[in-house]
Design a protein around this ligand. Sequence first.
Ligand code: SF4
Ligand code: SF4
Length: 448
Amino acid sequence: MQQPFPTRPFKTHGGAPVPHHKNTWQAPSVVMPPPARVVIPMQQHIGAPCRPTVKKGDYVYLGQVVGDSDAYVCAPIHASVSGTVAEITQVMLTGGQMTEAVVVESDGKMEKDPAIAPPAPITNKKQLADAARRAGLVGLGGAGFPAHVKLNVPEGKEIDTLIINVAECEPYVTSDHREALENGQNVLEGIYKVKEILGVHRVLIAIEDNKPDVIEKLREIADDPQKDPQDEVRVLPLKSRYPQGAEKVLVQACTGRKVPPGALPADVGCLVMNIASVSFLASYMRTGMPLTLKRVTIDGSAIKEPKNVIVPIGTPIQKVVEFCGGYKAEPRKLLMGGPMMGIAITSDELPILKQNNAILAFDAQEARLYETTACIRCGRCVAACPMELMPTKLEKAAEKKDVEALLSLDVMTCMECGCCAFSCPAGRRLVQAIRLGKSYVKKAGGKK
Ligand code: SF4
Ligand code: SF4
């Protein structure tokens, strides 16, 4: 049954009025020349790591598979340059875990794998999911969840709404903004294909209202009666309030449906895809070229020339920063992702991964730690929590390592958005405490 289109977003709980700092939204993306070597980790997605399918000394083409696995929740990994495998080594990922990596010395030719060809026309769900897997597609908005798993909607679950996530609510990050402006037609091609194959009659392109140019551009294309005669693809402007782009918040803002704890959007009839992911799918169906490039926002007070850069996956961060003029101040904090949910990294030698949408570098002034004082029981953290949790109680339970209390307070529902800490006048490090709390629960075997 066709669902009605909302004329305005539904109300969501909490959130935080974070500053936008979208410094790079107006500048066209720049393509970076391939580096001399790329380091391609075998874990660039949620799920099982890949194993290298090449060995030291092998010649690899651009787009050739260099890592794969039989595991279902996994996505193959492809060479992002042509050249010779210099070594198979170990690299440390952001969470501190080690993984294998294929290091390729580029021959500078970017010679494409001769086996690459557009896939045969896709007419059903299985073919669509298979194509997404072959392309190595993972959620490009930062989550890194293998796209074929998401597209392979389990029997018995009916999707009536496809939501395209263009909220991009994190400060600084503008890579999706540029994707929409530079590749709008491609984005819509991808949307029409996914919509057709999944048989969805309501598509909502959800964009925060601080991006009027994107709203206008995508409306213009989405209103094409040739492509969308039934007007089933529409733009829905959202209130600019972090974290509108978080999957569960987005589902609620677009449909009024709440995704229960431990459930997925598919459980309430929704499929959420990032704009860059649908756009990439359209390119893949046209060319057969798997995922080897990524658009990344490079910004922060320590970066000389902030910009959006399109880089081969596996390019060391320091090379991308050099391409942006280098550092203008000593970087005291480096983040993969935005300042709210990004992960702090200890070295710029790490490579750009599939799911990276931003690298931010901050100087001493911006990276300073706020003083923490005692909780004044103001309740602002509770009011700010989009998941309607009790962050202050979670912090206390985590301090006491009280797994039972952590579970009764639903700690695993926390999406680590940081709204509570942002709103706290006492500067409590609530997210760090909650993360620790989650680790105690997992250790105790109580993961929900
Ligand atoms: S408790 Fe978790 S979900 Fe709630 S505001 Fe804090 S970080 Fe976000
Ligand atoms: S916002 Fe901070 S000070 Fe206020 S109740 Fe929460 S933890 Fe305590």
